[in-house]
Design a binder for this molecule. Structure first.
Ligand SMILES: NC(=O)c1ccc[n+]([C@@H]2O[C@H](COP(=O)([O-])OP(=O)(O)OC[C@H]3O[C@@H](n4cnc5c(N)ncnc54)[C@H](O)[C@@H]3O)[C@@H](O)[C@H]2O)c1
Length: 251
C-alpha cells in the first residue's frame, strides 16, 4: 500500500497521531497545517518513504484547490483526513454564552471547522472525478460536543461540528459512484491541546468518572478509528459517524 493521504491539522495533537499511525500503516502522508514548520518536523520522524509537509489554510479556497492540482504530479491524494479545527473561548478563558459570542468569532469557527471541511471535500471529489482512485476515503471531524450540545465548548463550535455531520451524509451519497466513502469521527474528551484549553489535568479524575471506560481518550485512540476507516474492513461503511468517546455518549 502506498496511497497518499492528506491530513489537515497535522501539527495538532490528534493530527500528529493520525500522521504517525497512517505512515505506520503503509500510507504516504501529506501533512498539512497552518504551521508549516511544525508539519515539517512531524514528517521527519515518520516511518516509511514519500511523506511531505505543506502549509495549508483550509479556509483558503484557492490554496485548497492548488494543493490538489499540485498533488497530481506526485501521486494523487487518495484519501483526506480533515482534522484541522479551532475552538475559541472568551477572553477570560471560559466557554462564551451565546449572548457574548462575537459575529467574527462565530464566522471564523464556521469557516475553519465546517467550510474548511466542505472545501476539502469539494476539491477532493472534483479531483477524483477527473482522475479516479480505487477505494478513496474522506474522513471529517465532528465532536461529541456536537452530539450532546457540549459542556465546555461554545455554541459556535457545536454548530460548526454539527455541520460536518450533515456534510458527510450528503457527501457519502454523492461520492459513492466514485467508489469513495465519506465518514466522520466524533471524538469525546481527548488528551490533546484543544481539550486542555478548558480542562486542567487536575480535573481529569472527576471527568473520567463520567466516562464508562474510566479515562480520557488519547490521540492514538482517534488515530486507530481513522486507520480503520481507511482500511479495507471499512469498505462498506459510508455516511457513518464513529464515536471515539469511551462510552461518554451512547446512541
Ligand atoms: N481534543 C479533543 O478533545 C477533541 C474532541 C472532539 C473533537 N476534536 C476535533 O479533533 C480535531 C483535532 O483536534 P486537536 O485536539 O488535535 O486540536 P489541536 O488544536 O491540537 O490541533 C488543531 C490543528 O489545526 C490546525 N489549524 C487550525 N486552523 C487551521 C486552518 N485554518 N487551516 C489548517 N490548519 C489549521 C492548527 O494549527 C492545529 O495544528 C479538531 O477538528 C477538533 O475539533 C478534538
Amino acid at each position: 500500500m502506498n496511497d497518499m493521504c492528506l491530513v489537515t491539522g497535522a501539527a495538532g495533537g490528534i493530527g500528529r497521531a493520525i500522521t504517525r499511525r497512517l505512515a505506520r500503516d503503509g500510507f504516504r502522508v501529506l501533512a498539512a497545517d497552518l504551521d508549516l514548520a511544525a508539519a515539517e518536523q512531524i514528517v521527519v520522524g515518520l516511518e516509511g518513504d514519500g511523506h511531505r509537509a505543506a502549509r495549508l489554510d483550509v479556509t483558503d479556497e484557492g490554496a485548497v484547490a492548488d494543493l490538489f492540482a499540485a498533488a497530481g504530479d506526485d501521486g494523487e491524494i487518495a484519501s483526506v483526513i480533515a482534522a484541522a479545527g479551532i475552538l475559541l473561548f472568551a477572553p477570560n478563558g471560559e466557554r462564551p454564552p451565546i449572548t457574548d459570542i462575537k459575529l467574527e468569532d462565530w464566522e471564523l469557527t464556521q469557516r475553519v471547522n465546517s467550510t474548511g471541511t466542505f472545501l476539502l471535500l469539494r476539491e477532493y471529489l472534483r479531483a477524483r472525478t477527473v482522475r479516479p482512485v480505487p477505494a478513496g476515503r474522506f474522513v471529517g471531524f465532528s465532536s461529541v460536543a456536537a452530539q450532546l450540545g457540549g459542556y465546555r465548548s461554545s455554541a459556535a463550535y457545536i454548530a460548526s461540528k454539527n455541520a460536518v455531520l450533515g456534510l458527510i451524509k450528503a457527501g457519502a451519497r454523492e461520492a459513492a459512484p466514485l467508489g469513495i466513502t465519506v465518514n466522520a469521527v466524533a471524538p469525546g474528551l481527548i488528551d490533546a491541546p484543544m481539550l486542555r484549553l478548558s480542562l486542567p489535568p487536575e480535573q481529569d479524575g472527576a471527568v473520567s468518572a463520567a466516562i464508562p471506560l474510566g479515562r480520557i481518550g488519547t490521540p492514538e485512540d482517534v488515530a486507530g478509528a481513522v486507520s480503520f476507516l481507511l482500511g479495507s474492513d471499512a469498505a462498506y461503511l459510508t455516511g457513518a459517524v464513529i464515536d471515539v468517546n469511551g462510552g461518554y455518549r451512547m446512541q
